[in-house]
Every structure is written in C-alpha cells, then in structure tokens.
Write a new protein. Structure first.
Length: 150
C-alpha cells in the first residue's frame, strides 16, 4: 500500500473529533489494529472501512478507501479533496460553466458522431475527458458532504 494515501483513516478520525481509543471502541477494533490502518501498515478490510465511514460521518472516506484499494478504482475515480460546502458548490458550478463556456459539449459530440475516436481527435478527446474528470471530482466532493451538515 502506498504511504502517501494511508493517512485518510487517521485524518477522518481526527476530523470526527475522536481519539484513537474511542474510535477503536466504536469500530469494534483494537487500538493496535486502528493504528496499523492509520499508519499504512495494513489496509482496512471493506467492512471496517464501511464502519469508519459511518462512525466518522465521512462519505469522502469511502471514495478515498476505494481509490486505495484497487488500481481500477484509482483509474476510474478522481482524486477528491475535502472541501467546505461553499467551496464544493462553487468548484462544481465553476467546472460546469467552464465546460459549457469552452463548448466542450459540442466538441464531444463532434468527436463521437462517427462512433470512433481517431488519432487526430485523440488530443481533443483527452482534453474534454480531463474537464469531465474535474466536474466529476467536484460533484463527488459535494455529494460527500457529511450528513447533517458540512
């Protein structure tokens, strides 16, 4: 497991305002197991990560855990940063407007019209996809707001 991705569990716990001991108790784990997850020594199993998402009230942790778990999730899910509600809303709206202002919807239609992404269309297609990833990351950040408040 990569060390640069391992502190998501510790970060989510701290944001939730829990000590390691209290979190371990609420999660039904030993403090040692939780320390191993937080240090990157071990990746928590999905059922433990699911309990963390609930106990820490952090839907973003679910996305981050999936990205840590498999390469396919890293390929499909954008890297999403934690944001306050106003920042998440503004980031999403800005990304959507930028997509429309650049008329990338029309460009995507033009590229896809014949059902083939040709070599001369590849660079344009990749640029459109990068902007779609920006929109997706912003939408996930917004959808990942803690339940019951920001």
């Amino acid at each position: 497991m990569q060390n640069d991705c391992t502190n998501i569990y510790q970060s989510a716990r701290k944001i939730a305002g829990l000590t390691r001991e209290r979190a371990a108790e609420l999660l039904g784990l030993s403090a040692r197991s939780l320390a191993d997850y937080e240090s990157g020594l071990r990746l928590p199993p999905n059922d433990v990560a699911d309990r963390m998402v609930t106990v820490y009230n952090s839907q973003l942790l679910a996305v981050q855990h999936l990205r840590n778990s498999t390469q396919i999730a890293r390929d499909l899910l954008p890297d999403v940063k934690e944001m306050a509600l106003p920042e998440a809303v503004l980031t999403l709206v800005d990304a959507v407007y930028a997509f429309a202002d650049d008329r990338l919807d029309r460009e995507l239609i033009d590229i896809a019209r014949d059902g083939v992404i040709s070599e001369d269309e590849r660079e344009r297609y990749d640029r459109v996809i990068d902007k779609i990833r920006d929109i997706t990351a912003a939408a996930i950040a917004l959808a990942s707001m803690p339940r019951g408040g920001a």
